[in-house]
Design a protein around this ligand. Sequence first.
Ligand SMILES: [Zn+2]
Length: 242
Amino acid sequence: MRFVSNENKCDEWSEFLKSEAKSLKVKRPWDKLTKISRKDKVTGERIKVGSNAKRALHEHLWREQKGLCIYCMQEIHKTRLNSDSHLEHLMNKSQFKELIFEYDNLSVSCNGYDCSTDQDSKGKNQFCGHYKDKKNKKPEFIAEKYINPCEDENIESYFEYDVEGRIKPARNIEPDIKGKASYMIDLINLNDDGLVSARKAAYESLIESEIQEGEKFVLDLLDEKNKFFLGYHSMLKSLFGF
Ligand SMILES: [Zn+2]
């Protein structure tokens, strides 16, 4: 995981919240959002303002996250944004109803499978956002233990990786943070077998690139200034020592 700033708000979303404040109060539940529509004053046509705002926000957050899942950091392709990912409530929507439409509480999570595999082999909700919010699972969501990737600027330094693709709490951190990092790995299931294999494959593929193209090529691929990141960016950076 890495820190993603929520400073750059989504204009379409802000405008939607402002203009639909009344109806959002009545239709609080998140799943009613796409049902909200307005009649266009000029053409008389019904415009699905809820769906449009949701789509704009999804794309905006995906760009802010450099095209990666907020938790596992795998790549989510723009053409498959709707099928492979969802708008994730960092603080879950069943316990934190007042944050349901808050920009700062929203991000993009994958749907819990390796997005690069073909459709048939895709399971669902094995890790990340939907897994985190599954009912009756252990560990359950505990706000005091949760490290919010949109709030904690140091989150990336709390984790380290091995060459087998496994993630673990970093060694040189405070015991309290270490406990939270370990909790996050379990809460989101970041050591799911499929995810571990995908991370290992990404690392080995970049080693191959380094052998073929040289260190400068790899450095450029992992440049923090890039508009979009390679999947598992934090792991690759740490294993390559950048
Ligand atoms: Zn994910």
